[in-house]
Design a protein around this ligand. Sequence first.
Ligand code: AMP
Ligand code: MN
Ligand code: MN
Length: 374
Amino acid sequence: MSPDARPPQTAAGHRSSPEPPAFDPAVTPGPSADTGLPFAAAEAVIASASSIGLVCHVNPDPDALGSLLALHNALVQQDRPVTSSFPRPFKLSKGLAWLPGAGEIVHPEHFPETVDVLVTFDAADLERLHEFKHHADHASTLVVIDHHRTNLGFGHVNLVDPDAASSGNVVAALLRHMDVKITPAIATCLYAALAADTGRFSFRADASTLSYAAWLVDCGADSSRVAEEIWGSAPLGALRLLGEVLVRAEFESDISLVSSYVTNMDLVSHGVDRSDTEDYVENLRMAVEAEVACLYRELPDGHVKVSLRGRGRIDLGAMAARHGGGGHHDAAGFTTGSFGHARACVTGSLAPLASPSPSATSPAPGIVRGPCDT
Ligand code: AMP
Ligand code: MN
Ligand code: MN
């Protein structure tokens, strides 16, 4: 579609009528609250808290941030004493900074030392909260909102639904329980969370997911702006670097792996912020030859962040967990000391799982080896 053919963006959503639809379970699609999760307990502790802190996992993605902001906006709407933050590096990509309420998020330095109730979003374990692990340890009540299968429930109240398409779905069910009015701002945050964690409605996109999405749009979610800001725009430098990352992709047919890497030098030479490289691995995942896509990204301290994406045969969440990380079946990650070690972890884990293939022992011809080989 040419840019001119795109529908005009709206600032405040599509809904023409001022009132969002009331949630009537008999007729309204949307998140089910019948999951057996302790929504009443979560509602009660939040209602009686003298201070409420909201935090999500490090390097927030749209689900982490969108689910946090949905509850943040709801609590602000109810005049509740809420403070929201996320771990250092305290940086949101441009694609997320516009989400309603993002401007109210405070730097970790300004987050209260102790809060009555701390709510965590989209973090499968305490380590993903970095410096907020301390706050979690000291909160009178810890409420955990998540959908990672590996989440063992590290809170006092655990709203963890591994069947939820996004953490935002769990928040939506909680808001429904709390009888919160779903404003366009809240709907937009929940829609961003859902769209991201369904790969823009490419997986987990069953009828209930799609009717929930439609309900959010009916509540005023600005779906066009979510698509345009999060996936439809990037700095030119980030696009150029993506080009390089794809050119140096390496395919190892014996373990059905396509991989590439980003160094700190790459970021400097293209003037790119690390947060603008979060989605690069999705482009690698498109390589039809490979069952697993892997992107190694150097961190400021020289450690390497490994992002894994799959096509269903291999449980990458379990694989990443063996290396100190975690995630979902088809999207997972971990962090380790160097490119060499990261590569050894990935190839070593995939080798025993490889499907037998007669021709497969060496990388595809013409591949330029990168620092992951060291
Ligand atoms: P990413 O590759 O960073 O986009 O992450 C993909 C998935 O893996 C997300 O669901 C993350 O929550 C999860 N994940 C990534 N890194 C880690 C880690 N170090 N520990 C636990 N889970 C992770
Ligand atoms: Mn996440
Ligand atoms: Mn998620």
